[in-house]
Every structure is written in C-alpha cells, then in structure tokens.
Design a protein around this ligand. Structure first.
Ligand SMILES: Cc1ncc(COP(=O)(O)O)c(C=O)c1O
Length: 436
C-alpha cells in the first residue's frame, strides 16, 4: 500500500469506518499523487518568480501558446481559460457553483454534510468512478428491471458485480415491495455489503417517484442498514429538473439519503449533460454523503483525494474549456430562467404525449408505463415483438425508436417538436397494425 493511500485510509477509518468497509480493493489502494509533478508545479506556480519550467504545457507572451485558427473560434474566452489543463478533481469555482446549484434545487440537502462535487467527464464517467470506488467482483448490485443498459456494461461486465433486478412498477407506481424483498433476499444470503443504483427521472420509462415513495425508499434502505449491512447507494440524476406533473416530487432522492445512516454511503451522480443541454461537452459530477460525520470532517477531502487520483490515472482531467463554459452559464443571472424555459418546452411535449395516448384505438396496441418526467416514455407492446416493430417502423415509416427488450419500445419525445407528436404515435400504431 502506498503511504499516501495509507494516510487517507487512516482518516477514513477514524471518521467513517463503514465507508472504509464499503471501499473496493482499488478504492482502498488509491490516492492522489500529491507529492509528484502536480504538487511541485503548484508550488512553482506560487513561488517561481523568475521562470516556471514545471508543467507540460507551452507558454508564449505570458499566456497559453495557441494557433489563431483555433482560438479565433472562441473570441470570448482567453487562451488560458480555453486551453490550459483543469485540475484532476475539476475547476474549483465550477465545483462550488455546482454545489450551490444543487443546494438551490434541493432544499433537503441543506444542513446535511456533503462533499464538494468532483468534476468528471460526464455522468457515465461519474458512474464508472463510483464503480471503481465501491465495486469488487462478486459484490451485489441491486437496480430496477427498467434501466439504462450502460449500468450492466459498467458495473456487471467491467467490475464483475452480480446484478439483482427489482421490479420497478406496481399498480402504476414505484414497487416498494419488490425493492424491499430484493434487498432482503440479498441480506438473507448473509451479505454485509450491497450496492444500490436508482435513477429518476428513469431511463427508459420517464418515471419519478412521489414524495411518499421516496420516503418509503429511504426508510427501506435505513431498515437494511439497521440490520448491520453496509450500503453504497448511487442516485443517478441524469434527467434532474424535468418534472412534469404537479404531484411529481421535484427534488433528488439524494436529499433523503444524505446523512441518513452511518452505513449508507450515498452518491449523487449528476451532470450538466442533460440538465444544461450540453451533451457533448462532457461535464459531470460526483457528490457524496455518509451519516455520522460532521460537515468539516477531513473524510470528504480524503475520499475526494482517492477519486481525484482515479481521475488522474485514467483521464488525467476533464476538458477545461467545457468546465469554463458550464461555469459561466451557471454564473449567468439568466441561468435558472433559461433552464426553466427549456423545461417548459419538454413539459409541453410530455403532456402532449399523455393527451395523444388517450386515443382508445391505441390500447389494443400497447400500454404506456407510468411517466411524469425526463426525456423518455416507454410503451409495452402487445402481441408484436418490440424489435420487429422498431425495425418495421424505421424501414417502412422512417421513424426511429429504441427497442429496450422484446416488449418495450422507448420513445424520446425530447427530440420531437410538440406538433409532430400526434403523427409520431399514429405511425407507431400504423406499424403495429402492419405487423399484427
Ligand atoms: C440514466 C442515465 N445516466 C447516465 C447517462 C450518461 O450521461 P453522460 O452523457 O453525461 O455520460 C445517461 C445518458 O443517456 C442516462 O440515460
């Protein structure tokens, strides 16, 4: 074990021993290389009053060396801000601004000790970073049967976790019974560690739980932790903010899990990707909390040092230009109003989908899974294979959708103008009739 990792582990064990128990082998081994190139160049940045010949960038005339054919595309951004490296854990100001945004969006997070978000190269990277921190081969991952396919690639194929799926829906809402029974079955096997992954608004169905359901989820997790089982609970907030119905809860589930229990290590995995409509900029975050530690605990920095080390090892750092753009957007006085205006566009589309689905002809062809949020909705197709329908719909009618499995067809209404939504569903119905 590297002495720097040992130092971090000592802090973690003394501050939150159950968090240490939840760390993977890799997570335990990792550290931020704070005594190497990075710290020497940081030291030089402060003290080298004559020449700074430390870091692998090129400088000219006191700023980042650059080609005008590139920087002329970015007239509002200095070459330094656009082109120099960001720190591995991310631009400090962006980390603070994202936390401030999260606290504004989620009043439940206020007063619950949380880490400063670390910046990732998008939410997929947030999830793989968390997976590296917590998952060893043979660990159990509990997640819903309606899920984003990349979870299996990341946790199951890449890390060797064992998937245990619970049934997401029952009677038009979150299936708390299946969630609890799935967790209890894992506990009955004698396991003392479970990784749980939840995503609302859900991909592929577009479902977000009610306040009561979120309380039920939190109480269930607490009851499992009370049995002496350690839980790493990951909340994937990819589509956060797009809540369409008055009764839909508007806050992240993370707010209910933060600080809840000494054995619950809660992660908020979120990103500018979908929330700020910057898919290709690749800016994501990881924030975490665990019960029983004070806000000023050195635990937060110690765990972030491990995650910063993992970032350093794998991608070194995320795009400084992307981080700069997102930071400036967050700092704009118009940010929240502009975000709300786009959410209204998405809301109108979702409500139009809901209206169109009332057509009684459609009930023979499919049943819609509950949806109230996010980018998608999902149809459970009757009597026709969903992939056969997808292929026919594409080839005969020129309409692209996603077959999630043999029965479910995902429709991204996020990509369809509101006036085209009736025709979209009419064509799906036509294609279904063609095959029936
Ligand atoms: C539920 C969910 N989580 C995470 C992601 C990944 O987002 P990113 O593009 O930031 O990696 C997606 C993208 O489709 C998603 O649907």
């Amino acid at each position: 074990m590297n002495p720097l990792a040992e130092e971090l582990n000592k802090i973690i064990i003394s501050e939150a021993p159950h968090l240490y128990e939840l760390l993977s082998e890799l997570g335990r081994r990792f550290y931020f290389p704070s005594k190497g190139i990075l710290s020497q160049s940081a030291e030089a940045k402060k003290k080298a009053f004559k020449f700074n010949a430390t870091i692998g960038t090129a400088m000219e005339h006191g700023e980042a060396m650059h080609l005008d054919c590139l920087t002329s595309q970015l007239p509002a951004i200095s070459p330094d801000n656009a082109l120099l490296y960001a720190p591995s854990p991310g631009n400090q100001k962006l980390r603070e601004a994202w936390l401030a945004k999260d606290l504004k969006d989620n009043s439940e997070m206020n007063g619950k000790p949380c880490s400063l978000p670390i910046v990732t190269c998008g939410l997929s990277h947030s999830l793989s970073l968390i997976a590296d921190m917590v998952a060893d081969a043979g660990d159990v991952l509990v997640y819903p049967d309606k899920n984003w396919g990349n979870y299996a690639l990341n946790f199951v194929q890449r890390k060797g976790a064992i998937p245990r799926l619970f049934t997401l829906f029952k009677d038009g809402g979150f299936n708390l019974d299946s969630f609890r029974e799935t967790l209890e079955a894992v506990v009955a096997e004698g396991r003392k560690k479970i990784i749980v992954l939840l995503n609302f608004p859900n991909n592929p169905t577009g479902y977000s739980p009610t306040e009561q359901e979120c309380c039920g989820i939190a109480a269930t997790l607490k009851s499992i932790a009370d049995k002496g089982v350690n839980l790493a609970v990951i909340v994937d907030d990819a589509y956060f903010g797009l809540f369409f119905k008055p009764e839909t809860r508007r806050q992240s589930l993370f707010g209910k899990l933060a600080g809840l229990h000494e054995r619950i290590w809660a992660f908020k995995a979120d990103a500018a990707t979908k929330e700020v409509y910057v898919w290709g900029l690749r800016v994501g975050f990881v924030t975490f909390s665990i019960g029983g530690v004070a806000a000023d605990s050195p635990l937060f920095e110690a765990v972030n040092a491990k995650m910063g080390g993992l970032i350093r090892a794998v991608i070194s750092n995320s795009s400084a230009l992307s981080q700069h753009l997102v930071l400036n957007a967050l700092n704009s006085p118009d940010f929240f109003a502009q975000r709300e205006a786009k959410a209204s566009v998405m809301r109108r589309r979702a409500l139009k989908v809901e209206e169109v689905l009332k057509n009684s002809d459609y009930s023979q062809a499919w049943e819609a899974y509950p949806f109230n949020s996010g980018y998608f909705m999902c149809l459970k197709i009757n009597g026709v294979n969903a992939n056969a329908l997808r292929v026919h719909l594409l080839e005969k009618h020129g309409v692209g959708t996603i077959a999630v499995n043999d029965t479910d067809l995902r429709v991204a209404f996020s990509c369809i103008e509101v006036e085209n939504i009736p025709e979209l569903f009419s064509l799906i119905f036509q294609a279904w009739k063609d095959l029936r």
